[in-house]
Design a protein around this ligand. Sequence first.
Ligand code: C2O
Ligand code: CU
Length: 552
Amino acid sequence: SSRRRFFAQTGAGMLAWAGLPSWLQAMEGMGDMPRMAPNKASPNFHPDVEIDLICKPSAISILPGQQTRVQQYFAKLVKGPANTLTELPGSYLGPVLRFQTGQKIRITLHNQLDELSITHWHGLHVPAKMDGHPLYSLDKGQTFVYEFEMLNRASMNIYHPHPHDITGKQVYHGLAGAILVNDEEERKLELPSGEYEIPIVIQDRRFNDQNQLIYAHGMHDRMMGFYGNRILVNGLPNFHLDVASRAYRLRVLNASTARIYKLAWDDNSPITVIGTDGGLLEAPIKKSYVMLAPGERLDVWADFSGRKVGSQLVLRSRPFSGALPGMASRMGGMHGNALPMGSDYPIFSVKVTKQAGDSPTLPKALSKIHHYTLADTANPQKPIPIGITEGRMKMVLNGRPYAYNDILPNERIPFDTVQLMEIFHDHGGGHGGHKMGGMGMGMRRGGGDSDSGHKMGGMGGGGMGMMMAMAHPIHLHGQYFQILSRSGGEGQGYASVKDGFIEGGWKDTVLVMPGETVRIIKPFQDFKGLFMMHCHNLEHEDMGMMRDLSIE
Ligand code: C2O
Ligand code: CU
């Protein structure tokens, strides 16, 4: 099974399948994923844009010295505007794909990896069959033809693999890319474009002394998520931009498997956000810092026009707590991780090297958003529960690890409705009388802040009894949603992040902090079928912290 392969390929020697203790084997038994035949090109579909997309093993220079073995997307434009594909120079990341709302798009995926894969279009509103569900995973040598119309508004989205159990591993080894969608509303704003619009894909990686990637040493890495000890931007270390003294548009994406960033400029000038996952906000927002969890995006207006030639600026991740149990951030040291999440470190630097004649100015109004209210929902009194359970060696949703064809009544959504959904930490008690499955065994909620981590049982020894309270970026496939409310964030950890959420726009991933209950409103229109929801801490996803929603 792919699971066996996962353990074989992590190669750490610590977790070879045969050597797993029985309790761990039991935890790993989340059922096998059946496979459906790949989709073929339809003669009735007339694409405006056609792309050949290949995923395969490759090697690339990242650090000085030896090349690093990676897995990589390569793309070829078969038909469509030349700006559809933009390579990121020197990067293992796939090319940036640029689409226009309304385009008909055909993408033929060729899997040339030595393992199963399928590509998901994170954020795009496409039919269930085109969504890259693990059901459609391809063997080496197989192809899948995606055909869909671009229904999304202008936004930044992601393409990345979604095979059962090995999504994190494949993303970590390089398989990811950005998708930019443009539309009329956005074009009218004449935002910075061309060389003034820059993708910023943030990832963390850990290398051994032969420059090879290290991934997932053991259960600890899967419970906490895997954290690298260096930051890459667009696949490059020590990322630096030389800019002109004018406004830029930075399209920021957190494509790390687990790391959460608290982004701020080092001179304490505010960070100006014009958009989130699902595109432009109604108006720009200025923040002293912004939280960015795996899977989330930010559209940042970075205006260097007041700055002198020669001046420098650094985007940093600032200290915060409460997203990981306190013990876990210290655990970094035990695993040779010099970069604990929640510490203070640079992401990339900017230097003004040219005087610009003039600069575009920040629009006061950006877009129109219809804000959902409870009155728009089919279920204002009875939210669809999405329970986060952190149990004994378990990270699951709705009390159950992912299994195909295991749809709970609450996971069936009537087609063409708008639903109120509630994401909450389920400590064994279930939700509003709905038992989620009682997986909260032996677990208590952590205390008020990151110090709760002190009370965690030792992870390394035999006694795995533990209390946890982690932050989880919860992602729902299909249409974007809106955040209605957040409540219950706990203690000092929460205080160190709470001003960094941007909620006024469209989202597809929301960071849920320890103790928090987040209510969202999400439409389920246009397409029936299976759409996944999962934690975008990809190690959690691969542990089974994922469910199918069945739109029917
Ligand atoms: Cu970006 Cu189901 O994922
Ligand atoms: Cu999670």
